[in-house]
Write a protein that binds this ligand. Structure first.
Ligand code: ZN
Length: 640
């Protein structure tokens, strides 16, 4: 771990305070240990309203877990040992707890420490306050997760590809890890960690960290050990347990998945090593050693999750033709934006996702060429416009990059805004200063902020210091504050290439005028071109026109899940009965939030035609969906 010299200067400018709050603390620990403790930001915009922790008084800097995975009880239990850093006069440390069953809390010498769980908030869980003695620097908590812990999804053998073994995976982002790890669950409180994981013999545990020892199987149990030496935001601690096999893809990459999916997954991921090389050229060395991936069962609620060393992926990206692998470029790019420089709070989420979305198309361009990248940018801008409309228009506060989440769940901010408006902002800067200069700037940004939390204010100050450098005309041209703090899209946005989809757009116009579907075109088009076609069609179409499309392109049977989704979205909007069996199969065979949520919501909102379908589907699909998906859909009161 190293900190660039620029970081120290910026730290002084922004009143960044390291949490090593006294010289006494420094003296008490070996220098090499304290050097690895990431700073805590002290500015008001870095105050995390989604955590009960008070890290400037006492903070966790290392977590050591020793946990047993109990598939029968659907619980994880054992010990978490926390190394803490604290002000000498601090009387307690506050952790985040959501439903944990705490059995005991002791200090290094085994003495009991007093503890108390405070009032529970529906979104945040509750504060776990632990009394500290003057010399307490290590705490051991014996505990169990609750059977309904939201971070954990327990799958029955029937819900896996192999159908023989149960499966468990965790999803920490945004504030779910407090349901299985008692720590300070705030992205601004970076922690190194290690884990010993005990699972039933025959199953394999993987985590978002390198293995620190070879697994041992003994007495009906297999034991796996992991260690993450870099400090990470705690939402990046992740685990999966199942019948898993590994296939190497290159010198520093490989894929884990169930044996039945291994060949298809490895084939789809064949370009991974090239992507790592392309990303390093843009943003500097890859600092996490290996880049492995885990392809999960279809319940996984996201496209991917950038868990360090081990990206978690939905199997729905496997199309057989690598046409959806920009997902890998996205998760890989998070190795810099998100995992090195991390949003200090969830209001700053766009710094993770906007930068990553921008970097994704840069990696895609390096490998698949400028035309593919230009098309993906145009699709992104389309989805940005749709999202703004969906949110209620360009003056709605939730269209701001720096979003206000007071009293809300961080998942409320999980829209296209942080992703696509964030990326559009960065493309606008790139267009204004030139690619070469902006690339050099971004590389420097990651160097200056590696292994640190960042905020919108830090980013804007850094831009002004290292890119704008007092150029008043450039400052006016960029409209930085308007982009970050105001609603809607500023007028200086760099627009996507209007010719990116010239042929497809002509085909849409011809169909809208009453022409026959362009079968020859469809056969030639890439997935992105097909998506553009479906998304740009008039949203209201009579049955005969939908019949024509379905017959010409085989849409009810589309194997590409993005294409299938785009079609089903159109079908639901038109109450198109012939698509219903395809719709039901789609919604009961995978649990990706991006697909499931809008379709079920649209069905439920259509009280006469759609709602009965939604109710039928939800009863069957719900056991497959992750708690973070059902939490929202349960509110529709569909039963199931
Ligand atoms: Zn992302």
């Amino acid at each position: 771990m190293k900190f660039g010299s620029g970081a120290a200067i910026l730290a002084a400018v922004l009143m960044v305070a390291a949490c090593r709050v006294s010289d006494q603390d420094n003296a008490a620990q070996p220098a090499n240990e304290t050097a690895a403790i990431a700073p805590i930001l002290a500015t008001p915009d870095a105050n995390d309203i989604h955590s009960f922790a008070r890290p400037l008084e006492a903070r966790v800097h290392h977590v050591a877990l020793d946990l047993t995975v109990d598939f029968d009880a659907k619980r994880i239990g054992g010990t978490a040992i926390l190394d803490i850093d604290r002000k000498p006069d601090t009387k307690e440390i506050i952790l985040d707890d959501k439903g944990l069953e705490i059995q005991s809390v002791t200090d290094r010498s085994g003495e009991q420490l007093a503890w108390k769980v405070g009032a529970r908030d529906a979104n945040l869980g509750a504060p776990l306050a632990i009394a500290l003695r003057p010399d307490t620097r290590r705490i051991a908590i014996r505990y169990k997760s609750a059977p309904g812990a939201e971070a954990l999804q327990w799958l029955t053998p029937e819900q896996t590809a192999g159908k023989k073994h149960p499966y468990l995976f965790s999803q920490g982002q945004a504030i779910l890890n407090r349901t299985w790890i008692p720590t300070q669950d705030s992205p601004g409180i970076r922690q190194s960690w290690e884990a010993t994981i005990r699972v039933p013999a025959g199953l394999t545990a993987v985590m978002s960290a390198p293995r620190s020892a070879e697994p041992i199987t003994q007495g009906g149990e297999s034991v796996f050990k992991f260690r993450m030496d870099n400090s990470v935001p705690p939402y990046l601690i992740a685990m999966a347990v199942g019948d898993l096999e590994f296939e190497p893809l290159g010198p520093r990459s490989g894929v884990w998945t169930e044996p039945a999916m291994l060949k298809a997954a490895a084939a789809e991921l064949a370009d991974t090593e090239k992507m790592i090389d392309a990303a390093e050229k843009l943003y500097g060395p890859y600092l996490w050693k290996r880049y492995d991936m885990l392809v999960l069962p279809p319940s996984f609620p996201f496209g991917g999750m950038e868990n360090p060393n081990l990206t978690f992926l939905t199997p729905t990206f496997i199309a057989g033709d690598k046409s959806l692998v920009s997902l890998i470029a996205h998760e890989l790019a998070h190795s810099w934006s998100g995992n090195l420089a991390t949003n200090a709070t969830w209001s700053n989420f766009w710094l993770n996702e906007g930068m990553t979305t921008y970097a994704t198309t840069r990696i895609v361009e390096a490998i698949y060429g400028p035309k593919v990248a230009a098309q993906q940018i145009a699709l992104g801008v389309d989805s940005l416009s749709d999202e703004i409309e969906e949110l209620g228009g360009a003056s709605v506060p939730d269209t701001r990059l720096h979003i206000d989440l007071k009293g809300r769940d961080p998942d409320d901010g999980l829209t296209e805004i942080p992703y696509e408006k964030g990326a559009a902002f960065l493309r606008t800067i790139e267009a204004a200063v030139g690619r070469e200069r902006f690339d050099a700037y971004l590389k420097g940004w990651f160097e200056r902020h590696m292994f640190q939390p960042v905020t919108s204010a830090i980013f804007l100050a850094d831009l002004r210091q290292h890119l704008i450098r007092g150029d008043k005309a450039l400052e006016r041209k960029l409209m930085l504050d308007r982009w970050v703090y105001q609603a809607g899209i500023p007028p200086n946005m760099a627009m996507p290439d209007p010719q990116a989809f010239a042929e497809v757009d002509a085909a849409v116009a011809a169909f809208a005028r009453g022409g026959a579907p362009d079968s020859a075109g469809w056969g030639r088009w890439t997935t992105d071109e097909r998506l553009r076609f479906l998304n740009k069609l008039p949203r209201k179409l009579p049955k005969a026109r939908l019949d024509a499309l379905n017959q010409a392109f085989g849409l009810n049977d589309a194997r590409n899940m993005e294409v299938r989704y785009a079609w089903l979205d159109l079908a639901v909007a038109n109450r198109y009965d012939p698509a219903v069996p395809s719709l039901e199969q789609f919604l009961t065979s995978q649990g990706r939030r991006k697909f499931v949520r809008p379709l079920i919501k649209a069905l439920a909102a259509d009280t006469s035609w759609g709602r009965p379908i939604a109710a039928r589907v939800y009863v069957r699909g719900r056991p497959l969906y992750h708690p973070m998906v059902t939490r929202e859909l349960d509110e529709l009161k569909l039963g199931g």
